[in-house]
Design a protein around this ligand. Structure first.
Ligand code: G
Ligand code: G
Ligand code: MN
Ligand code: NA
Length: 253
């Protein structure tokens, strides 16, 4: 009940925020794009993490308006950065429940149109659970997003329900190699073999690979031997508010 009343209020009263975590291009180390991660600034409880309220929002259906807010805010931010001369794509997360809403593509188009943003500046991260219920419907939506110019990535790849054979049927731009394959990969030959195999399959399917959860120099060195396309993790930067991100970016140059 606390969650329900207050999450609705947070949406209405603008207590939500997006944090941004950079993804660095594999070869150059340049900032490729950022991932938008939702935060709730509760007046009573402080910063509430999405792992607490996203599951609830999915159950209650609040995820639909929440998802629209995220798209609109990300589009607004990307357009604002563009005006400041920063050409940075933003990836938004979408959960299975959001794809059930057939209005999701028009919501996405409207968010971009209202912000005056080029649609290729918003990426979409889908979890594997988006693919289990109705694969055909998911493929159809992915095609529509990609026709608009958005890139679609499969999040947390390798942890969930999707199979390698399914990967061949889904028209994606990239997979995000789950942090569980990255963590301590240097001491763990099994993780190494799995990461190497997943990257090989992705290459064959002409999918890019984004490694997530990179925390150490050893992990990044191993990922470089695999030639992943982009890397993301605390080693480079934690998720941060937009203003902190631009400062971080300016300080690296
Ligand atoms: O940001 P954190 O660092 O705590 O994210 C926790 C989880 O919440 C991740 O699985 C992430 O994908 C999910 N998440 C974060 N922001 C959003 C969002 O805007 N929409 C959806 N559907 N999930 C999100
Ligand atoms: O499910 P998704 O991959 O969208 O969520 C990303 C989550 O991982 C967020 O909660 C984000 O804060 C967290 N995260 C990002 N980089 C790292 C990292 O290097 N280490 C750990 N432990 N978590 C990370
Ligand atoms: Mn994600
Ligand atoms: Na992920």
């Amino acid at each position: 009940v606390w969650l329900d009343t207050n999450l609705r209020k947070a949406l209405a009263e603008n207590h939500l925020m997006l944090y941004y975590q950079p993804k660095l291009a594999g070869r150059t180390g340049e900032v490729d794009s950022v991932e938008a991660l939702l935060r709730w600034r509760s007046p009573e409880r402080g910063l509430v993490c999405p792992s607490i309220f996203i599951p609830y929002a999915e159950e209650s259906g609040l995820i639909a308006p929440l998802g629209v807010w995220v798209m609109r805010e990300a589009a607004r931010q990307a357009a604002a950065w563009k005006r400041d001369g920063l050409n940075i794509r933003i990836a938004v997360n979408m959960s299975a429940r959001q794809l059930d809403d057939k209005g999701v593509v028009s919501d996405f188009m409207r968010a971009i149109g209202d912000a005056g943003l080029d649609p290729c500046m918003l990426d979409i991260e889908l979890t594997e659970s988006c693919l289990i219920d109705d694969e055909g419907a998911a493929i159809d939506l992915i095609k529509q997003f990609r026709q608009l110019g958005a890139r679609v990535h499969l999040d947390d790849f390798g942890t969930g329900y999707s199979s390698l054979s399914q990967l061949a049927r889904i028209p994606l731009d990239a997979i995000k190699l789950d942090a569980s394959f990255v963590r301590g990969v240097n001491e763990n030959p099994v993780s190494q073999a799995l990461a190497r195999a997943i990257v090989a399959v992705a290459r064959t399917l002409e999918l890019k690979v984004i490694a997530e959860g990179v925390e150490t120099a050893e992990e990044t060195a191993f990922l470089d031997t695999l030639g992943v396309d982009a890397k993301q993790g605390y080693l480079y930067a934690k998720p941060m508010p937009a203003s902190e991100f631009t400062t971080w970016l300016a300080n690296r140059r």
